[in-house]
Design a protein around this ligand. Sequence first.
Ligand code: BGC
Length: 348
Amino acid sequence: MRALTVTPGHANSLRVAEVPDPTPGPRDLLVDGLALGVCGTDKEIARGEYGWAPSGSDHLVLGHESLGRVAQAPAGSRFSPGDLVVGVVRRPDPVPCGACGAGEFDMCRNGRYTERGIKEIHGYGSERWTVAEDYAIRLDGRLTDVGVLMEPTSVVAKAWEQVWRTGRRAWFEPRRVLVTGAGPIGLLAALLGTQYDLDVHVLDRVTSGPKPALVRSLGATYHHDPVDQVMSRLTPDVVIEATGAGSVVIEAMSGTTPYGIVCLTGVSPAGRRMSVDAGAINRELVLENDVVLGSVNANIRHYEQAADALAKADPRWLASLITRRVPLSEAPTAFEDDDDVKVVLTLT
Ligand code: BGC
C-alpha cells in the first residue's frame, strides 16, 4: 500500500512510498484511510525541524489528523465494519507518569509519551492503518466529509476545558472571548465559543480570502487591526491564542481584564527574540489574578467533547474550512504554503 513518509530531521524527504500492509493485533481495528489533515506540525516535520521515527526505522509515516472507515474489528468489539473512526494521536509514556497512569496522557509529565505520525510511532497517512480500539473514536456517520477535523477540534476542546477549569478558581461568568489567529485551530476555537453562547471575536492579519466570511458566518466578529488596539477595545474575559507569534502572545498577556485567562495553543519556533517590559507584565498578572496557560494535545475525554461539538455544528460551515483536497499521489503540493485554511489529503 502507499503511505506518506518522511525521514525526520531531513528536509525534502517527504515521499509517497510503498510500505507493507499493516497487520492488526488482537485488539486492533483495521481501518481504510479516507482522509488526512495537514497542519503546521506536519509541515515542520516535513522541513526536518521536528518529529522522530519509530525505533529501528529510518522513516516515519506522517499524519495525525485521521479519518477512516473500519474494515475489520476484533470479535466482541464495540466497533463494526463500516464505522467512521478517527485514531487518537498520543499514547501514554511507558513508566507511566501519574498523569498518563490516570488517562491524562495529554498532560504527560516526563515527556516520554509517543504520538502517531509525530513522535516514535507511525501515523495515519497510509491507505490502510491499524489502531488499538481503546484509541479509536467513533464519529457520527454524517460526518464523512468533515470528520477529518476531529483531531484539531479535540485540541480546541481541551483548550476550552482548561479555560473553564481555570476560571472556576473563583466566580467566573465570561462573556467575551478573543481568538487570535483564524487558522483551523482559531476558527474551531471560535466555533466552540459560539456553542458556549459567548460573544466571540477573531483577530487575523488577512483582509481577503475565506477567513473573514468564515468568522462572520459563525455569528462572530472579525478584526484585522493591531492586537493591542483590539484588546483594549474589547477587554475580553478569555483569549485563545492560536498564532504562536511572539508579539501577539505578549500583547495578549499584557492586555487582559482582571481575572483574564489567556490560553496559548500555538507552537512557535524558538530563537525569535523581542524586548518586553517583564516588570509591567508581571505586575499586571499579579494585581489582576490573571492566568496564562499553555495547552497541547487531547485525551479521550476531549475527543468525545470534539465529536459532540462537530455533531452540533453546521456541516456546511465545517466543510468550508477545508479549502483544498489533494490526492495522496500529489501529497507534496499539500505542504506548499498558500492561503488555505485546511488542506486535506484524500487516501482512497
Ligand atoms: C498535534 C498534537 C501534538 C502536538 C505536539 C500538534 O500538531 O495536534 O496532538 O501533541 O502537535 O507534537
